[in-house]
Ligand binder design. Structure first.
Ligand code: MLT
Length: 408
């Protein structure tokens, strides 16, 4: 008899963004004339920048001739790309990361979801609340939790991120082995200083723990004092893995490219307490289960780091951050408390006592605007909604006018 992985039955029926898409589609079917503006899922709307398109075309043209055609590439990514990443994203910030510590992949969602399979099932996992659902759901699938009750899985150490603690997780009271952190944060848009991250690096070193640091939104950091990579923190090479994505940085949500940094200094421990190289483990996993990102996509990604590419991509981020400013000004004028939107494309809005799904329904039905209900990111998110800045300025402006009208 073919048996199912029973852990799947502990999961909520559908993934948050699939659930939202279903509700929005139902609303559209009932209201075919409604012009829905989507500020829900963080999906970019601007075209790939010209430098990236040029790189993409070059890659495709090379694939069209026998002399330059490429078959399987290195699973970890072509060196031409890994060198550019190491130089531009890490060396430029004083972070000592070498190209062979970078694993190019098809995005941060897959990597943040897959990475947990390198660890034993009985480790203690600390996860912020609210949180990007992938970290939690993949640990549920792997059997690291009990059942789901009162919006929480037993066995997980939840770190509440509330207004009172500026949406920054506090060190857990009990000893944990694996810690998920994300800055600039999805969903709250909050950021962490070097000093705040240092506390976590020190904790991980003292407790032989590991940090999985999701930096998918680092390119939205405008404040020069904020760290863009955890490797700006002394000691992080020994205890932290970092996930990056070109989705929000360069509009690659539909193109797919990201990478994970696994420093060679990172160690995990066998059941006998012996040190095991995490880099070797991830390399083994990656080469076994992944055959690399396509050559044209890696050429397109390389172009993100060209002189024109850097300027064009920066302009695109500034465009979305300007949208975020428009959203912040509107929610402020309506008297809502919020966080994010300054160094992040997400604005986390306190619904003044409304439940997040109720607020979501209100905005959908009265303004035809889609946001993300904070409750979908965890219990602590229930009083909030997340508004995303990914859309055209025109649509964001119109959406904000409608929201003002709907909440009058
Ligand atoms: C989000 O809206 O939280 C993200 O777009 C989801 C993702 O990046 O997978």
């Amino acid at each position: 008899m073919i048996r199912a992985n029973d852990n799947y039955s502990k999961l909520k029926a559908s993934y948050l963004f699939s659930d939202i898409a279903k509700r929005v589609n139902e609303y559209q079917a009932k209201n075919p004339d409604a012009h829905i503006i989507r500020l829900g899922i963080g999906d970019v709307t601007q075209a790939l920048v010209p430098a990236v398109i040029k790189g993409f075309h070059q890659g495709v043209d090379e694939m069209a001739k026998d002399a330059t055609f490429r078959g399987y590439g290195p699973e970890q990514g072509y060196l031409f790309l890994r060198e550019k990443i190491a130089e531009n994203d890490f060396h430029s910030r004083g972070a000592d990361i070498s190209p062979d510590e970078i694993f190019v992949s098809d995005g941060a969602k897959c990597d943040t979801g897959n990475f947990q399979e390198l660890f034993a099932t009985d480790i203690k996992v600390a996860i912020p609340d609210p949180v990007y659902p992938v970290y939690l759901d993949t640990n549920v699938m792997a059997g690291r939790t009990g059942g789901f009750e009162d919006n929480r899985y037993s066995g997980i150490v939840y770190m509440d991120c509330l207004k009172e603690n500026h949406f920054l997780p506090k060190l857990p009271d009990e000893k944990v082995d694996l810690i998920y952190l994300c800055f600039p944060n999805n969903p709250t848009g909050s950021t962490a200083t070097k000093e705040e991250l240092k506390v976590w690096v020190d904790y991980a070193k003292e407790n032989k723990a590991l940090i999985l640091f999701d930096a998918a939104y680092e390119s939205y950091i405008r404040d020069e004092k904020l760290p863009k990579t955890i490797y700006e923190i002394e000691g992080a090479r020994e205890v932290a893995v970092e996930f990056r994505s070109f989705s929000k940085t360069a509009g690659f949500t539909g193109t797919r490219c990201g990478f994970t940094v696994v420093p060679k200094d990172c160690m995990v421990y066998s059941s006998k307490g012996e040190k095991v190289s995490l880099h070797s483990m991830w390399n083994r996993r990656h080469t076994t289960k992944f055959n690399g990102v396509s050559y044209p996509v890696q050429k397109a990604t390389e172009a993100v780091y060209s002189e024109e590419g850097k300027i064009e991509v920066k302009d695109q981020i500034a465009y979305y951050l300007n949208n975020a400013d428009v959203i912040c000004k509107t929610v402020e004028s309506l008297g809502f408390d919020y966080v994010g939107g300054k160094n992040s494309p997400y604005i986390w809005v306190d619904g003044k006592g409304r439940d997040s799904w109720e607020f979501f329904d209100l905005l959908l039905t009265r303004a035809s605007v889609v946001c993300t209900p904070g409750g979908g990111f965890g219990r602590c998110g229930k009083p909030y909604i997340r508004i995303s800045a990914f859309n055209s300025l025109e649509n964001v402006t119109l959406a904000m006018e409608r929201v003002k009208e709907a909440l009058k």
